[in-house]
Design a protein. Structure first.
Ligand code: GTP
Ligand code: MG
Length: 404
């Protein structure tokens, strides 16, 4: 019986369907690689090597003593795909019913083989095999669900489609995602009673202090508002000096508040201001204690609006983690930073569109105050639909309009 099988298909969906049909739900994918790059009018083609979980365990438990020097476990999938050495295992060029050829006997001085490190590390390989199988079945389930998910935008690529979605479909899908993004630039309500208080929160190094200075400049220079800066960052050496330096250049008051009591007293002292901007310490989104502490500090008599900074350079999973981690703070809006440091906005766009929190500002570089703009729908659309280069003229004209 064939155990490790090689499949060729025009795309992953078709390959997965073939594997599922021929090998069942327990099959795991050992490797995938393109075997034609689609150049010269040729359609791209894919080679997928798959195996049964039980076969991997059989390979592991079979055969001779371990070599003293073992290669790292991570090479397992590559090696398994290239040289399956088990006597009962063969890998045909194409799926076929031909009988399996026995593998050549292993020489004593031959390099370490699959069996060797399988012998030494069976548990690790078993757990990797299990993980691969779970990933495979998650992939299959996701594709099966895609067609029935009601939350998906209409026109989304269907799981049933035998080939890749065409560019028009993708553009339509992207447009529908972008349309879901809420955009609400921060403004000063004319009928406000007391200052609006904005607290910048987010992971380490996302641009909180720089954006605090940009926001202060925006309100002070553009809106002619009275602005106070407060630093609550006693965590990093020099953090307060960084904000103080910006404040000194802009001739704005800057205070330090290290506890909830200090914060409320400082806010009370600056009650005649139009805007108070609080800079907080950056911590890991997994630091729940820090987020609970912020939540506690911001509760109380003053309405403090937490603004969550999301860097365009973060991975999709990390953005989702950050958004989820800061949910207890009830963030009122999002500030997108470091948009200039990448040209790939799909992850950010998707994550921002997933929630209801509006985008209020965008940061496009390190310069204070220049590289900052209040969010506008047309800018967000341009950037996420057409990319950085297409959005630059729009940004330039907005900078000119705001005369920063
Ligand atoms: N390219 C680029 N760099 C930025 C942007 N915003 C901030 N930076 C840079 O990112 C670095 C970190 O910025 P900070 O403002 O200190 O970040 P932070 O979130 O206050 O950092 P911590 O307080 O340490 O958590 C600095 O070098 C900034 O100049 C941006 O929009 N684009
Ligand atoms: Mg900072």
């Amino acid at each position: 019986m064939m155990r490790i099988r090689r499949f060729e298909a025009p795309d992953t969906t078709t390959a997965l369907a073939m594997i599922k049909k021929e090998m069942g739900e327990d099959a795991v994918i050992l490797s995938t690689r393109p075997i034609s790059n689609g150049k010269n009018g040729k359609k791209p083609w894919l080679e997928v090597v798959a195996a049964m979980d039980s076969d991997i365990e059989a390979l592991v438990n079979m055969v001779p003593p371990a070599q003293p020097q073992e290669p790292p476990i991570r090479t397992y999938t590559d090696r398994a795909a290239r040289q399956p050495p088990a006597p009962t295992t063969a890998m045909p060029e194409r799926p076929s019913s031909a009988p399996a050829k026995p593998a050549p006997p292993i020489k004593k001085d031959s390099p370490p083989s699959l069996q060797d490190f399988g012998q030494a590390l069976p548990n690790e390989i078993r757990s990797e095999a299990r993980e691969l199988r779970q990933r495979f079945s998650r992939m299959v389930n996701r594709r099966n669900d895609a067609g029935t998910a009601t939350a998906k935008p209409t026109g989304a690529p269907s799981s049933q489609a035998p080939s890749r979605p065409n560019p028009e479909e993708v553009a339509l899908w992207r447009e529908q995602i972008i349309n879901r993004i809420q955009v609400t630039p921060i403004t000063l309500p004319p009928d406000r009673q007391g200052p609006i208080i904005l607290a910048l929160v987010g992971s380490t190094g996302v641009g909180k202090t720089t954006t605090a200075a940009k926001l202060a400049a925006w309100f002070s220079l553009r809106e002619h508002a009275r602005v106070t800066l407060i630093s609550m960052d006693c965590y990093r050496i020099g953090a307060t000096d960084q904000l103080r330096t910006y404040a000194r250049i802009m001739r704005l008051p800057c205070e330090l508040a290290l506890r909830k009591k200090d914060l409320n007293q400082t806010i009370a002292r600056h009650a005649e201001q139009d805007v108070i901007i609080i800079d907080t310490a950056g911590k890991s989104p997994y630091d729940q204690k820090h987020i609970a502490e912020l939540s506690e500090w911001f509760s109380g008599p003053n309405l403090i609006r937490p603004l969550l900074l999301l860097p365009a350079t973060a991975k999709k999973e990390d953005l989702a983690t950050i958004i989820a981690a800061y949910t207890p703070l009830k963030t009122t809006s999002l500030i997108l930073t470091k948009l200039d440091e990448t040209r790939a906005y799909a992850a950010l766009c998707q994550q921002v569109a997933t929630g209801d929190t509006p985008v209020s500002c965008v940061c496009t570089g390190q310069r204070v105050p220049e590289d900052f703009l209040p969010a506008s729908r047309s800018l967000i659309e341009k950037l996420f639909m057409e990319g950085w280069d297409a959005a630059v003229p729009e940004m330039t004209s907005l900078f000119r309009k705001f005369k920063l």
